[in-house]
Design a protein around this ligand. Structure first.
Ligand code: ADP
Ligand code: MG
Length: 337
C-alpha cells in the first residue's frame, strides 16, 4: 500500500512537471514559432492521459481544470476577436475536456471490474480452502466419533479403539499445523546454525517413517560444518515435508537420497527418490495450496516448503519423470555474516 502511494506521488510530480513544461514551451514559442507553439498546445493530452490512467475520472478532471486555468491567459494574450479563433479555442477545450472525462470514466470502470474479479477470485479461493480443510478433517472426526462410541459402549477391543482415537486426533493436529503454517506469514528467526546438522536432524526424524514404509533413507552429507543464517524450525519443517513426500512416492524397498553441498555463495540441497514421479498436471499444480493426489493428503506440504524457502531468498526446483522418480533441488544463498 505504501509503495503504491509512493508511486502515485511520483505520478503527481510527473503530471505537474509536464504540464508546467508544456505551458512554458507553449507560451515561449508564441508568436515566433507558431507551428511549434501549436504542437506544444497538443502535448497537453499527455498529462491528461497519464492522470486519467493513474487517478481515473477525478485525476483527469482536476488536471483538465488546471490546464484550462494555465491556458486561459494565452487566449487573452492572443486575442484576435475573430469568431473563427474563439470557436477553435472553445472546440479545443471541449475536445480535451471530453477526452479527460471519457478516459477517466473508462479507467474507473476497468478498475471497478478488476476489483470485482479480484474479490470474486478471493472468495472462490476462500471457499475452496474451507472445503478442502473441512474435507480433510471429516475422516478423523468420523473415526473419533465411531471409536469413542465403541469405547463408551465397551464394545470390541478397547485398547485398539483408544489407539485409533489417538491416531485420528494426531492426524487432526497435523492438519491444523499445516493450515496454520500455510496461513501465517513466515517471519524468520535466523541466528547462525550449521546447515548440515539441521539436515541431519531432519533425516533422523524422518527415519522412523521411512522404516515403517520399507524405504531406505540415505544421506550424502560431507563431514564439515557450514554455519549460515537459517531459521532452523522453519527449514526443518520445509525439509520434513519434502522428504516425507519422497518417502510416500517411493515403492516398498525403494530409496530416498538426501544430499547437500556448499558452494562459494550458495548452498544446494537435493532430495531424490525413485518412486512414482509426477505427471505434467501434478508438475504444474504441485505448489498450489490444497493440491493433492493422496486420499489423506492436505496438499499443503509443497506450498509451505516453497513459502519457507522463498522467505530465505532461496529457490525450489523439481525434476521429475512419471514412474521414474523425482528430484527436488533447493538453492539457498549462503549468508554467513
Ligand atoms: P500432500 O503430500 O498432502 O498431498 P503436498 O503439497 O506435499 O501435499 O504434495 C502435493 C502433491 O504433489 C502430492 O499429492 C503428490 O501428488 C505430489 N508430489 C509431491 N512430492 C512428490 C514426489 N516426491 N514424487 C511424486 N509426487 C510428489
Ligand atoms: Mg506432502
Amino acid at each position: 500500500m505504501e509503495r503504491i502511494l509512493n508511486q502515485k506521488k511520483y505520478f503527481v510530480f510527473f503530471i505537474g512537471g509536464t504540464t508546467l513544461v508544456i505551458t512554458y514551451l507553449h507560451y515561449s514559442t508564441l508568436p515566433a514559432i507558431r507551428d511549434l507553439h501549436n504542437i506544444f498546445g497538443e502535448l497537453y493530452y499527455l498529462p491528461l492521459l497519464v492522470a486519467a490512467l493513474v487517478f481515473g475520472l477525478k485525476g483527469a478532471v482536476s488536471t483538465f481544470i488546471i490546464i484550462t486555468i494555465l491556458y486561459a491567459p494565452f487566449v487573452f494574450i492572443n486575442w484576435t476577436g475573430t469568431y473563427l479563433s474563439i470557436t477553435s479555442k472553445l472546440l479545443h477545450a471541449l475536445f480535451s475536456g471530453s477526452f479527460a472525462i471519457v478516459a477517466g470514466i473508462l479507467v474507473d470502470r476497468e478498475k471497478r471490474r478488476l476489483e470485482q474479479t479480484e474479490r470474486e477470485r478471493y472468495l472462490a479461493g476462500l471457499g475452496r480452502a474451507a472445503a478442502a480443510i473441512a474435507h480433510d478433517l471429516k475422516n478423523p472426526i468420523i473415526s473419533i466419533l465411531g471409536f469413542s462410541r465403541r469405547i463408551l459402549e465397551r464394545k470390541g477391543d478397547i485398547d485398539a479403539a483408544s489407539q485409533a482415537v489417538l491416531d485420528s486426533a494426531q492426524d487432526m493436529q497435523d492438519i491444523v499445523h499445516d493450515v496454520l503454517d500455510f496461513a501465517k506469514p513466515v517471519s524468520l528467526d535466523s541466528p547462525k546454525a550449521d546447515i548440515f546438522s539441521v539436515i541431519r536432524k531432519v533425516c533422523r526424524s524422518c527415519e522412523a517413517k521411512a522404516l515403517d514404509e520399507g524405504i531406505v533413507l540415505k544421506t550424502g552429507l560431507p563431514d564439515e560444518t557450514v554455519s549460515c543464517r537459517v531459521d532452523q524450525l522453519h527449514m526443518e519443517r520445509a525439509l520434513v515435508n519434502l522428504i516425507n513426500n519422497a518417502i510416500e512416492a517411493s515403492r516398498k524397498g525403494g530409496m530416498v537420497v538426501v544430499s547437500a553441498e556448499a558452494g562459494e555463495n550458495r548452498f544446494v540441497i537435493k532430495i531424490k527418490d525413485y518412486g512414482e514421479g509426477m505427471d505434467n498436471e501434478t508438475l504444474e499444480n504441485v505448489f498450489i495450496p490444497f493440491y493433492t493426489k493422496k486420499i489423506s493428503g492436505t496438499g499443503l506440504g509443497m506450498a509451505i516448503a516453497k513459502k519457507i524457502i522463498e522467505a530465505h531468498q532461496g529457490s525450489i526446483q523439481i525434476n521429475s519423470r512419471e514412474h521414474s522418480g523425482t528430484e527436488v533441488i533447493i538453492k539457498l544463498p549462503l549468508k554467513t555474516s
